[in-house]
Design a binder for this molecule. Structure first.
Ligand code: JE8
Length: 457
């Protein structure tokens, strides 16, 4: 594989004599040649630029000088290995430019299969656009790429990056091809986990104990969780690009903790927010649809409908949303409301009917008992971690909304609703009592559960 780099700063590329690229060159796996563009000028001033047509600041690199240089570099490479060209060599003209698509690992794997890569490093305002157009039109592969969304003074740094990223993928370069595939931006689509070596304590920072435990399963899980966390924090776009087959049960649990649910096509970010006044209708419709799911099977349909009409109408929700003592949160997945919670914050001294006050008052001060009146998830998102995300964010929002030394959140749920009870317990709720709950004339037995929402100060 051969790289020819054309530039007005050939000295820039001395770094390619070093390290891996240097070794590959010594071993004959790759050849790298730099060329001074000014060698193809014909005037005494060795001019490579001229003012831009259409006006504007700066100078543009002349197409004629570039074409002479590229033609010669192409010709020289083909003449070099006579007889080996029954199959035409794959030549790529690579042009670094801030208006190119960002270079990817996929691009680099592809370029590693080329026979000849010519890199044209521009300066000033760049190279006359007809250079790329002309060579593309003549059948050459032209690859305009960028290093990223920041401004460099020319293409040289991007050329060095390309050579280093491509050269290490050339067959025979790295001893172990497995180690190449495992890398970040490789197959698994996550950023790398953090790495550590001796000493085990460095300036007060210990190596995570799991890494010295000898438990390979635990190490693998720990690394995977750190990679998921980093990717969430730094490259959520990469998480969104994962597919369901790449994610096991523990990955999904970690993702839920980070605020993602996994749908049919892959992870989707969950956004939990206070409901807006304009959303009263949407939340009311969702509430009306989901309330019957939480009712015991023997409840009369007309009683259910009556409750929905009297408590969960659009007008009711418009009031809840407007009232500072009601906290209505909606969980959005893909922009769609996929669940909601409704919490009622009591006024000072007020205790909601059925509140397990006695069970929770163990301190000198009465704890504030916030009533979690509703907490519903669309069936399609159940068992996918959305409940855990919404309950966590609801507790957080309650803690942020009220100022009290001790805040408990409590709720009642039908004694037969095993799924709900299990979900609340998983979130940290404990059963604190029972209550009777009337819908129409029917008495329903509820369990009451509660959790401390704020940590002791
Ligand atoms: C370059 C570059 C990459 C990246 C690449 C090539 C040639 C039009 N602008 C040109 C105006 C400001 C100065 C620019 C200088 N320049 C920059 C890059 C790049 N690949 N990721 N950022 N910048 C040239 C001239």
């Amino acid at each position: 594989m051969r790289f020819d780099i054309v530039t007005v700063f050939p000295e820039f590329f001395s770094s390619l004599d070093l390290s891996l690229v240097g070794k590959a060159r010594e071993r004959g796996l790759i050849a790298v040649q730099t060329h001074d563009l000014r060698d193809w000028t014909t005037d005494v001033h060795r001019t490579v630029d001229d003012s831009p047509f259409g006006g504007g600041a700066g100078m543009v690199m002349k197409p004629d000088v570039w074409a002479e240089a590229i033609d010669d570099v192409v010709g020289a490479a083909h003449g070099e290995t006579p007889g080996t060209n029954e199959v035409p060599a794959r030549t790529v003209l690579a042009i670094p430019t801030p208006s190119g698509a960002p270079l990817t690992q996929g691009d680099c794997w592809d370029l590693a299969e080329a026979d000849h890569v010519i890199i044209a490093c521009g300066r000033y305002e760049g190279i006359d656009a007809r250079v790329a157009d002309y060579y593309r039109g003549s059948g050459m592969e032209v690859f305009e790429y960028s290093l990223g969304d920041y401004v460099l003074n020319g293409g040289e740094v991007a050329a060095i990056a390309l050579v280093e990223a491509v050269a290490r993928l050339v067959p025979g370069m790295v001893g172990n091809p497995e180690s190449l595939r495992e890398e970040s931006h490789g197959e698994h689509g996550l950023l790398e986990y953090p790495v550590y070596t001796r000493p085990t304590t460095f300036r007060g920072h210990d190596v995570p104990a799991v890494l010295t435990s000898g438990d390979h399963g635990k190490v693998a899980r720990w690394r995977r969780d750190r990679a998921l966390e980093r990717t969430d924090a730094r490259r959520p776009d990469m998480l969104a690009a994962l597919t369901p087959d790449q994610l096991d049960k523990k990955d999904r649990a970690k993702l839920a903790e980070l605020g993602w649910v996994v749908g049919e096509d892959g992870p989707l970010a969950v956004v939990v927010d206070e409901a807006q006044p304009a959303e009263a209708e949407a939340v009311s419709q969702l509430a009306g649809r989901l309330f019957p799911h939480a009712c015991p099977p023997d409840m009369k349909p007309e009683d259910v409908a009556d409750f929905v009409a009297k408590n969960l109408s659009e007008r009711d929700f418009a009031q809840y949303i407007a009232d500072p003592n009601h906290l209505v949160l909606v969980a959005r997945v893909d922009g769609q409301i996929a669940g909601y919670s409704l919490a009622i914050i009591p006024e000072a001294g007020q205790v909601h009917e059925g509140a397990p006050a006695a069970a929770l008052a163990d301190g000198a001060d009465e704890p504030l008992l916030v009533y979690l009146s509703k907490m519903y998830i669309e069936p399609q998102w159940r068992g996918k971690g959305l409940f855990d995300i919404l309950i966590r964010d609801t507790l957080e929002a309650i803690t942020a909304a009220v100022d009290a030394p001790e805040i408990f959140v409590w709720l009642g749920t039908n004694i037969g609703n095993k799924r709900a009870i299990r979900a609340y317990k998983r979130a940290g709720f404990e059963i604190v009592g029972e209550r009777e709950f009337f819908v129409g004339e029917q008495v329903n037995k509820d369990l009451t559960l509660a959790i401390r929402a704020n940590m002791p100060q």
